[in-house]
Every structure is written in structure tokens, then in C-alpha cells.
Design a protein around this ligand. Structure first.
Ligand SMILES: Nc1ncnc2c1ncn2[C@@H]1O[C@H](COP(=O)(O)OP(=O)(O)O)[C@@H](O)[C@H]1O
Ligand SMILES: [Mg+2]
Length: 349
């Protein structure tokens, strides 16, 4: 049997584990995989799990990237594309990829569009009745002050994040104690004084949409989800709320219900990561990433292989997934290995 040829573009760190897991499952069934990885950073770990590592064409976006991707698929005889960058463009071009014999692991474009922006995602959730933190979307200093004052008047603490962001880069806790003497005696953190934000905003005039939201102060859960065109097939909620270096795989029906409603409402498919957090005693939706979480590999310890199941679903049109075994503690650690970096760019470029 010739190897199944996969292409992961601009995948996240944890894809290193995902590729290994897929290879083991393929081998157990007498098959094999040929994995091509592209990324902007040659030192990104997942490329080490690939048979071929090449630079990601980040100079290309949208339709231009799709044209490039179709040619790349032909050149590398790709059977399955798992898009990281340009997921929406790939979803919109699904039929062109399929006509070229390439299956793309991405759901319907509409859901991707809604979820690519935290402001449109929030508006959708409110409309759909999915519980979310109380949130205002602002674009200037005046709007920010009004939003902040409204949340404080309701007795809530508040936080700030850009509508388009990742990795919590722009996430800040709005705290009137921030910037004081005591801050010089501790590690920097994500707190900022609301007056500072207001002043900085006034200096900018109008900015790209920012969410000023109720700060949820309970447990946060990251839910790994496998879905089939709006139907949730499996969900594994993971919490960082346990002892240091652990992840807890928890049976949390409220978190799974939120995931289920989002999957159904937006007809999501394949692998997703739904992030929720508790506050004021209830579970609320924070965001949905329409791709596998970097930490997906933790879910394997719930007795489900969501990566392999997603691949079977894509190739066979259906898959059986056992119920996850939850209520487990998983220790997460870092490994080191000597490597040959792909021969382009410089380390960490
Ligand atoms: N309303 C909120 N209350 C408490 N923490 C939040 C809130 N919104 C975001 N966060 C924190 O910021 C992190 C990043 O926010 P998120 O919406 O997941 O954006 P991204 O991961 O795309 O940067 C979350 O994992 C969470 O820890
Ligand atoms: Mg997030």
C-alpha cells in the first residue's frame, strides 16, 4: 500500500505529537504516512516529525495562497491537507482541492469566518444564547471608558483583548492597582491600569475592535472536540486547575454542552478546540479555535485518538469514537533531542 501523503501547513507545536500518533496508528493497520510540513520558523518542533520540511509562503494570502497550495499539492502528490494558516481560504476552495484529488481537513467556511474574530464570535454566541462573559466591543477611548465603567458598576472585574489575536498576546486584566510600587517587587503580569489604556487609546484615535469583558475568575477548560458537520462526536475537557505540571481530563457536562451548541450552531467539523471558563458560578464560552489544539495529545490519555478519528472521518465519511475516559490526571513534561534543522533561514527566524 503506498503511503498516505499529508501536508500540514503552519501547524502548532503540538502537531509534533499528532504526527507521531498518526504514524503509529497507520502502521498498526499496515499502512504508512508521508508527511510534508511547512512553517515560517525552521526550528518549530513539528517539522521534526515530518518527512519533508519546507518554508511556509507567508507572503501569500487568500486566493494567491490557494493557487500556490494547489500547485504544491500536485508537486508533492498530497492526499490530505490539514490547513493551519489560510483555513478560511482553503474551506472556500474545498471543491477545487477535491477536484485535484486532495481532501482538506477543514469545516464549512461560514463558521470559520464567524470564529476568526472574537467580536463576531461573541455577537453570534449572544444571538444563539450560548453563555458568554458580559462584553462590550470598543474602538476608541470614550467607548473603552464607558464599557469599563459599565462593568465596574455591575460589580464585575474587567479585562481587555483584541478581537483578532492569538496566544493571549493582547489579553490584559484591567486593574486599578496596576502600575503601583508593589508591581516592582513581583514578576510582570498581564495587569494594566484602565487609565493607562484610556490614555493610550486617546493617543491612537480609532483602533481595531477591542473586547472589554467581564473577567471570569474560575477554572478554565480547553475542550478538544471532534465534530462531523455540526454533530459533536467526542469532547475531552482539559483543565489546568490541578497541581503544577498536570492537566486534568474532566467530566464537565456544562463545558461539553457549550461545545455541542457551538458545533451545531456553526456546523463545525473535524478537530476544534473550545475554550471555556467559569465565573460567577457558570461556565462561559471564551473562544473557539477551528483547528486542533496544540495540547491535543493530552486527550489520548482519555482513551480516544481524536487525530486519527478526524483523518478517518475525512477519508471514510464516518468514524466510531468510544466515549472518553475522563477523571484522569495527566502529567505534562518537556523533552529534549538533538536535531538537524531544515536548511533554510536561521534558527528562530
Ligand atoms: N473574559 C475573560 N475572563 C478571564 N480570562 C480571560 C477572558 N478572556 C480571555 N481570558 C484569558 O486570556 C486567554 C486568551 O484569551 P482567548 O480568548 O483564548 O484568546 P487567544 O487564545 O486567541 O489569545 C484565555 O485562555 C484566558 O486565560
Ligand atoms: Mg485561546
Amino acid at each position: 500500500m503506498p503511503p498516505l501523503r499529508l501536508w500540514f501547513n503552519q501547524a502548532y507545536r503540538g502537531t509534533y505529537h499528532l504526527v507521531g500518533q498518526l504514524r503509529r496508528r497507520a502502521a498498526a493497520q499496515g499502512g504508512s504516512l508521508h508527511v510534508v510540513g511547512t512553517h515560517t520558523a525552521p526550528s518549530t518542533p513539528f517539522l521534526q516529525a515530518c518527512d519533508v520540511a519546507l518554508p511556509e509562503r507567508e507572503d501569500l494570502v487568500g486566493e494567491a495562497w490557494v493557487e500556490h497550495a494547489l500547485a504544491f499539492c500536485a508537486e508533492h502528490r498530497i492526499d490530505v491537507l490539514v490547513p493551519g494558516r489560510e483555513r478560511l481560504a482553503v474551506a472556500q476552495a474545498r471543491e477545487r482541492f477535491e477536484a485535484a484529488g486532495v481532501r482538506v481537513m477543514v469545516g464549512a467556511p461560514e463558521g470559520l469566518r464567524v470564529l476568526a474574530d472574537k467580536a463576531t464570535a461573541h455577537a453570534w454566541a449572544v444571538e444563539a444564547g450560548v453563555p458568554v462573559p458580559l462584553t462590550h466591543v470598543v474602538t476608541d477611548a470614550e467607548g473603552f471608558r464607558a464599557a469599563y465603567d459599565d462593568l465596574r458598576a455591575r460589580g464585575l472585574r474587567a479585562c481587555l483583548k483584541p478581537a483578532v489575536d492569538h496566544g493571549a498576546k493582547g489579553f490584559r486584566v484591567l486593574d486599578e492597582g496596576a502600575g503601583g510600587w508593589a508591581d516592582l517587587q513581583r514578576l510582570p503580569d498581564a495587569r494594566v491600569h484602565p487609565d493607562v489604556v484610556e490614555r493610550l487609546l486617546a493617543g491612537q484615535g480609532r483602533v481595531a475592535p477591542l473586547l472589554v469583558a467581564e473577567l471570569l475568575e474560575g477554572d478554565e477548560l480547553s475542550v478538544d472536540v471532534l465534530a462531523d458537520d455540526g454533530e459533536l462526536l467526542c469532547a475531552v475537557p482539559r483543565s489546568k486547575g490541578g497541581p503544577q505540571w498536570t492537566r486534568l481530563l474532566v467530566d464537565d457536562p456544562a463545558a461539553v454542552e457549550i461545545a455541542e451548541r457551538v458545533v451545531k450552531g456553526l456546523r463545525l467539523g473535524y478537530l476544534l478546540n473550545v475554550q471555556v471558563r467559569y465565573g460567577g458560578g457558570t461556565c462561559r464560552l471564551l473562544e473557539v479555535n477551528t483547528r486542533a489544539a496544540s495540547g491535543l495529545f493530552h486527550s489520548e490519555h482519555a482513551g480516544v485518538d481524536l487525530g486519527w478519528a478526524a483523518l478517518r472521518l475525512l477519508l471514510d465519511g464516518e468514524v466510531d469514537v468510544p466515549a472518553p475516559r475522563l477523571g484522569r490526571t495527566v502529567l505534562t513534561y518537556t523533552a529534549a533531542m538533538p536535531v538537524e534543522l531544515p536548511a533554510w533561514g536561521t534558527l528562530g527566524a
